[in-house]
Design a protein around this ligand. Structure first.
Ligand code: AHG
Ligand code: MN
Ligand code: MN
Length: 333
């Protein structure tokens, strides 16, 4: 049995100039995940379910657990001293750590502390998503928004925690995707899936089909394509949609599938947040042999303009995202 801590230290020794700071950072996320996991597992017994009575900057109602997860991770990340600041789906502005806001930390972290939070009250899987960059500003000076508005291909590491039937931490530092299952009796994440790759066989498409009439024509045509009979490509594909990107992505990664959240009438720019959700998932997808686009362009190449920017999102097996992109190119509205 190999723990996440052991695995990271082993990998770190492969990089001669590694200082251990990234290890400390991931260890902070690991600690935050354990705390969130503990409370999610007790939800219903402690007063943590339901709405918080507040809204985030995007006007979405915050759940108590959104706020709790955000505070937990923020505190864990600040305590290690290696992070200069964070940006979060649940924070209006970026949060700068350190005395006089001139921190030595060399990394910035962007996060969706609790993804799929509308599922929490009904005991369905939720997740945490994180994305890590080197800061651009000089160490010792205050960080600024430009440290966070970097294209996704510059990510140093990214990952998610899925609080499901078991809790897992899945991450990449650009050398494959590795997954660790949490053993609550020992309080450790144990390596359970090394070098995860999307399977070869397409099986599943995940999209909120309730909004079908609001989808772009390319997406409508692609959905119909998924539903057609074809022995060679094993269609029709199965439809599965949890409504939590982490859970839908995780299933598609292990079983072979695509997740789509296109632009709709309600969300003309798409719903998924580029910096907190799309970029980290895109990095993981590519590292697992998959692909992520906005229907036309590679997600990791997008130059972000705003912290809370949204994007249409197509992510999963390369062959499936290729097909969806082809329909998007063919049927422009
Ligand atoms: P969050 O809970 O962090 O706001 O994210 C929810 C996102 C994503 O995880 C999920 O796939 C999607 O919103 C679900 O949206 P719909 O209910 O519109 O399908
Ligand atoms: Mn989310
Ligand atoms: Mn969220």
């Amino acid at each position: 049995m190999k723990t996440l801590g052991e695995f990271i230290i082993e990998k770190q020794s492969e990089f001669p100039h590694a200082t251990g700071e990234l290890t400390a950072l991931i260890s902070a996320i690991k600690l935050g995940a354990k705390v969130i996991n503990r409370d999610i597992n007790k939800a219903g017994l402690i007063d943590i379910l339901g709405e918080n009575g507040s809204a985030n900057i995007q006007g979405e109602k915050q759940m108590k657990l959104d706020v709790f997860a955000n505070e937990t991770l923020k505190n864990a990340l600040e305590a290690r001293g290696v992070v200069a600041g964070i940006a979060s789906e649940e924070e209006n502005n970026l949060v700068i750590f350190g005395k006089d806001r001139a921190t030595e930390g060399k990394y910035v972290v962007l996060m969706d502390p609790l993804d799929g939070s509308s599922n929490i009250d009904v005991n369905v899987s939720v997740g945490t998503i994180f994305s890590i960059y080197h800061r651009i500003t000089k160490i010792g000076s205050p960080i600024s928004e430009q440290d966070f508005l970097q294209p996704g291909y510059k990510q140093v590491a990214a990952g998610y925690i899925i609080y499901g039937s078991s809790t897992m931490l899945v991450y990449t530092t650009g050398c494959g995707v590795h997954a660790f299952t949490y053993d609550p009796s020992l309080g450790v994440f144990c390596l359970s899936h090394e070098n995860v790759r999307f399977p070869k066989q397409a099986t599943t498409y995940s999209i909120n089909e309730g909004y079908y009439s609001k989808f772009p024509t390319g997406v409508k045509k692609y959905i119909k394509y998924c539903q057609e009979n074809d022995d060679k490509t094993h269609r029709p594909y199965t439809s599965r949609y949890i409504g939590s990107l982490v859970s839908d992505f995780h299933r598609n990664l292990l079983k072979g599938g695509i997740y789509i959240y296109p632009n709709t009438a309600q969300y003309p720019k798409g719903k998924i947040r580029l910096l907190y959700e799309a970029n980290p998932m895109a990095f993981l997808a590519e590292q697992a042999g998959g692909k992520a686009t906005n229907g036309y362009q590679r997600i990791l190449d997008i130059e972000p303009e705003q912290l809370h920017q949204r994007t249409p999102f197509f992510v999963g097996m390369k062959s499936m995202v290729d097909d969806a992109d082809r329909f998007m190119a063919e049927y422009k509205d």
